[in-house]
Design a protein around this ligand. Structure first.
Ligand SMILES: [Zn+2]
Length: 397
């Protein structure tokens, strides 16, 4: 279930086959020149991009995409009008850091059951940390208090030294919260819009005691208030791919890990994007499972742009951010309940396939709606109504 960096590479090595093609990497990372691997499925004119592991502690996103690719290969599934791009690990150095820490703690000979038990323990501690926001120590970090940069193989010497230096400013055990890239920069916060004040701590109090204003395991946007701000390489290389495909992108599924939520906001003034994204979210929602219902779709009219994903969302149609697991506790809490894990993976595979099968339908519905409605509130209501009608027809068949 929990795959470390090398195990993921081996699985990806098996992917160049009759239906999936490996393309040249998007780029090689700054420190250790690790490839950001890129695969495609199908040759259709409409392009869909799937990314996972932007936040490296959200390891279930990588597990999910690798499982999804395996499932498509095994069942020989591709989609006629689509080319699907898979980027299973957008942040390889971060993934290496986080999973090396886990591997070091768990050892190599731990059984599945022991891993599940340990992960559930972590989940409980994480949950109590969330509830005891003011506590000076974080229980989930204490479980990893003896784990540090030395868990990273010494052949990754540059990265190891970087991590040692960065961690020296943060609590013991906070390597387990590592969501950033190898430079200690959070790839979704890596925008000029994210304002961080000196000495500021993480807004997510579960990660309290980790500073935001310096390179850190999570939340640091980079030196973004200076004039020479640049996006990190992982983001510029993704943007380069998106620019190449501009005009032909109809989906950008950006996987994150906690909540069972689909984010499709903020709406841009672009009615096509607004309509298309909401419809796409409705289709994706269909097979998701959270408690007795489905994932929530966030549709507030916030208009706020505070993350890299928000930037992408106003520029390319079909960008939805999916928070996979209804259960909390990155990176391993979500593996603490086999039922939650299996349901999360399988239901999202079903949702993905259902959505991809319906891309042409979603597009033609969008164009129909835009001929009749132009106010955003009306569009939302109208979509809810016609989607209900469609499903009613579908279910009665
Ligand atoms: Zn995330």
């Amino acid at each position: 279930m929990i795959l470390d960096y090398n195990e993921c590479q081996k699985i990806m090595d098996s992917f160049n086959n009759r239906i999936i093609t490996e393309k040249p990497p998007l780029a090689y990372t700054n420190n250790e020149k690790l490839p950001i691997r890129h695969f495609t499925l199908g040759n259709g004119k409409k392009h869909i991009i799937v990314t996972a592991g932007q936040h490296s502690n959200e390891i279930i996103t990588v597990t999910f995409v690798l499982n999804l690719m395996n499932y498509l290969i095994k069942n020989n599934i591709s989609f006629e009008s689509l080319t699907i791009h898979f980027i299973p690990i957008l942040n390889p150095e971060g993934y290496l850091i986080n999973t090396s820490a886990i591997r070091n703690k768990l050892g190599r000979n731990t059984t599945e059951n022991e891993i599940t038990k340990f992960s559930y323990e972590f989940y409980k501690k994480f949950k109590s940390d969330t509830q005891n926001k003011d506590s000076k120590t974080k229980e989930h970090q204490l479980m990893f208090k003896d784990i540090n940069h030395t868990s990273i193989n010494s052949k990754y010497n540059i990265l190891r030294n970087n991590v040692e230096e960065i961690l020296s400013n943060h609590p013991k055990g906070s390597i387990i919260d590592w969501a950033s890239n190898g430079n200690g920069i959070d790839l979704n916060s890596n925008t000029k819009k994210r304002i961080v004040k000196p000495n500021e701590y993480n807004w997510q109090l579960v990660y309290n005691n980790i500073r935001l204003d310096i390179p850190s395991p999570i939340g640091h946007p980079g030196n973004n208030q200076s004039n020479n701000f640049k996006n990190e390489l992982e983001i510029t290389s993704l943007k380069k791919l998106l620019e190449e495909l501009k005009g032909n992108i109809f989906g950008l599924l950006n996987y994150h890990s906690i909540g069972g939520i689909i984010y499709q906001r903020p709406e841009s003034n672009n009615e096509f994007i607004t309509t298309y994204n909401y419809l796409l979210s409705k289709y994706y929602q269909e097979y998701t499972i959270k408690n007795k219902g489905t994932y929530d779709i966030i549709k507030d009219k916030s208009g706020k742009i505070v993350s890299v994903n928000d930037h992408l969302r106003i520029n390319y149609p079909g960008n939805i951010l999916i928070e996979l697991s209804p259960m909390m506790g990155n990176p391993i809490g979500v593996f603490g309940d086999k039922n939650n894990y299996n349901t999360t993976i399988q239901s999202n595979i079903n949702s993905f396939i259902y959505t991809m099968t319906n891309i042409d339908r979603i597009l033609s519905l969008t164009n129909n709606i835009l001929q009749k409605q132009n106010n955003i509130d009306n569009i939302y209501q109208y979509i809810d109504k016609i989607y209900e009608q469609e499903n009613h027809i579908k279910r009665s068949h």
